[in-house]
Design a protein around this ligand. Structure first.
Ligand SMILES: Nc1nc2c(c(=O)[nH]1)N[C@H]1C(S)=C(S)[C@@H](COP(=O)(O)OP(=O)(O)OC[C@H]3O[C@@H](n4cnc5c(N)ncnc54)[C@H](O)[C@@H]3O)O[C@H]1N2
Ligand code: MOO
Length: 440
C-alpha cells in the first residue's frame, strides 16, 4: 500500500522518484577475489553521506544529540553567594572562641529564605536566620547550621565558632561568566542538559536525530504476533535494526515487511523518501532468484552492490535515491549478518549524520578462552561472551560458530570478536580485538 496514497505503479513503469543524473563516485577497487575490504567499504559509505544540517532544539529533546555551537556561560553558577545550610548568617568574628562549653547568644534581626532578596547589611553583633540556597546578605561571612545552636528566633545561642566562609557557596564557584562549558561536537547527556538549564539555556543548536526507515524484504516473513503458515518465519530484522538505530539516537520508522514483489518494493521505498534521512533494508541482496532489492533499487538511483571481505555480512548494497539522493543501505537478510552489518557500516553512518565522534566503536581487547579459526582473507566478526576475572583481566568465550542465522547466540553475546583478514588461527589464551556490544 502506498503510504502517502500515491498511485501504485507496475514493476516495469518508472518509479515514483526517478533516478537523478549523477552517479556514484569511483568505487573502491576489490581484491583479486573480487572482495572489498571492510575499511574501504565503510570509508566509501562515509564519504557518500553528509552531516544533517544543524537546527535549534529544546534542551530536553537534544539529549543524545551533538552540539553545533560552543557554549560560553553568561551567568555565574552559583548566581550569588548563598547558604549551604539551614542556620544563621553571622559575622565569624562575633563568635571567636565560642564552643559547647563557652556558648554565646546574639540577637536575630530577620530571616532570609531561598528566593528572598538578600536585604540590607547585617550589623556586627547581630545575626540573621538563613535557609539553604538563600542569598547571603552583606556583612555575613559564615553560616552556622541549626545543629550548633539552640534554634532561637529572637536571640540564638551558638555552640560553635565558624571559620570565615564556612557554609557559604560563593558566586561563580562552579561556573563563572565567560567559562567555555560545552563545545561543538559534544554529545549532550542528562548531566549536560542539567548544566545548561542551570545557566538558563533552554535551546541549543544541534544536529537532529536522523529519520531512519527500516524495511524487511522477503515473502517468507510474517509480523510477530500473527499466525505462521508453512515455510514462513517471523520478521526479526526490522525490529532488531529499528532498536539498534533508536539506541544510537535515531528517530525510527519501522515499515516492517515488504514482499518480494518488485513493484511493491519499489513503491514502498519511494513512498518512504518523504520522511527518510536514510533507509535500511534487509534481505534480497545475494544471488537468489527472488533477490528483489538487488533488482529494484538500481532503478531508483545510482547503486553499488559489492561483496565485502567479511563474515558474516558479505553481500552489501548502497544507493542514493530520489531527488534528495537519500542514502539506502541494503543489508543481507540473515539476522546475524544484518546485525554485524549494522555495527560495521550503519552505526558509523548514523553517527556521521548526527555529527557524533568517534564514528567507529573503539576496539578493546580480551584473552580468548578457546582456539579461534578464521577464513583467510576475510575479517571475521564472531559473537562472544566477555567476562572479567578478579585481577581485572577480560576473557572472551567465542560462540555461535559461523551460523549467521543464530539469533539466540546473538542475544546472549555481549561482544563481537574481530579477527583480521590475515589471521587464520588464534590459540587459546591469546589477546583478541573485541567490540563490546552490550551498551545499546
Ligand atoms: N548462491 C549464494 N547464496 C548465498 C550467498 C552467495 O554468495 N551465493 N550468500 C549467502 C550469504 S553470505 C548471505 S548473508 C545471504 C544473504 O541473502 P539475502 O540478503 O539475499 O537475504 P535473503 O535471501 O532474503 O535471506 C537470507 C536468510 O535470512 C532470512 N531472513 C531474511 N529477512 C529476514 C528477516 N527480516 N527476519 C528474519 N530472517 C530473515 C531468510 O529467511 C533467509 O534464511 O545469502 C546467502 N546465500
Ligand atoms: O555474509 Mo553472510 O552474512 O556470511 O551470512
Amino acid at each position: 500500500m502506498g503510504l502517502f496514497r500515491r498511485k501504485k505503479q507496475a514493476a516495469d513503469e518508472a518509479p515514483v522518484q526517478t533516478a537523478p543524473e549523477r552517479g556514484l563516485p569511483r568505487r573502491p577497487e576489490p581484491n583479486l577475489e573480487g572482495l572489498r575490504s571492510v575499511e574501504d567499504h565503510r570509508d566509501y559509505l562515509l564519504s557518500l553521506v553528509q552531516e544533517l544540517p544543524a537546527f535549534g532544539q529544546t534542551i530536553l529533546d537534544a539529549v543524545g544529540l551533538s552540539l553545533c555551537e560552543d557554549i560560553i556561560a553568561d551567568l555565574d553558577l552559583p548566581r550569588f553567594d548563598n547558604s549551604a545550610m539551614d542556620g544563621y548568617g553571622v559575622h565569624a568574628a562575633d563568635l571567636e572562641g565560642v564552643s559547647r562549653g563557652l556558648p554565646r547568644s546574639l540577637p536575630v534581626v530577620r530571616s532570609i529564605a531561598a528566593g528572598d532578596p538578600a536585604g540590607p547589611e547585617v550589623e556586627e553583633g547581630t545575626v540573621v536566620k538563613i535557609m539553604t540556597g538563600a542569598p547571603v546578605p552583606p556583612g555575613v561571612d559564615a553560616v552556622v547550621p541549626y545543629e550548633h545552636t539552640d534554634r532561637g528566633s529572637v536571640t540564638a545561642t551558638f555552640l560553635h565558632a565558624p571559620a570565615v566562609g564556612e557554609n557559604i557557596r560563593p558566586a561563580g564557584d562552579d561556573i563563572a561568566v565567560g567559562d567555555h562549558i560545552a563545545s561543538i561536537g559534544d554529545r549532550l547527556g542528562p548531566r549536560q542538559v542539567g548544566m545548561l538549564a542551570g545557566i538558563g539555556i533552554d535551546q541549543v543548536l544541534v544536529r537532529p536525530r536522523p529519520r531512519v526507515v527500516v524495511i524487511s524484504t522477503g515473502s517468507e516473513l510474517v509480523q510477530p504476533g500473527l499466525e505462521l503458515h508453512e515455510g514462513q518465519i517471523y520478521d526479526s530484522n526490522s525490529f532488531m535494526l529499528a532498536a539498534l538505530a533508536r539506541s544510537e539516537g535515531a528517530q525510527v520508522f519501522r515499515v516492517g515487511i515488504v514482499s518480494d514483489d518488485p513493484s511493491v518494493v519499489a513503491q514502498t521505498i519511494s513512498d518512504q523518501l518523504v520522511r527518510a534521512d536514510i533507509i535500511l533494508t534487509t534481505g534480497g541482496v545475494s544471488q537468489g532468484d527472488h533477490d528483489v532489492v538487488k533488482a529494484v533499487v538500481p532503478r531508483l538511483g545510482p547503486t553499488d552492490f559489492c561483496r565485502v571481505a567479511m563474515q558474516p555480512g558479505k553481500p552489501q548494497g548502497f544507493a542514493l535515491i530520489g531527488e534528495d539522493r537519500t542514502p539506502v543501505i541494503m543489508l543481507p537478510g540473515n539476522p546475524v549478518s544484518a546485525f554485524v552489518s549494522f555495527e560495521v557500516f550503519v552505526r558509523p553512518v548514523l553517527r556521521k549524520l548526527m555529527g557524533v565522534q568517534p564514528l567507529v566503536r573503539p576496539v578493546s581487547h580480551a584473552l580468548t578462552r578457546t582456539i579461534i579459526r578464521s577464513p583467510l582473507g576475510k575479517t571475521q566478526f564472531q559473537r562472544g561472551v566477555v567476562t572479567s576475572t578478579r585481577d581485572g583481566r577480560r576473557h572472551v568465550a567465542p560462540m555461535g560458530g559461523g551460523g549467521s542465522h543464530k539469533l539466540g547466540d546473538l542475544a546472549q553475546a555481549n561482544a563481537l570478536v574481530i579477527i583480521p583478514p590475515e589471521v587464520e588461527v588464534i590459540e587459546a589464551g591469546n589477546p583478541v580485538e573485541i567490540w563490546m556490544i552490550d551498551d545499546e
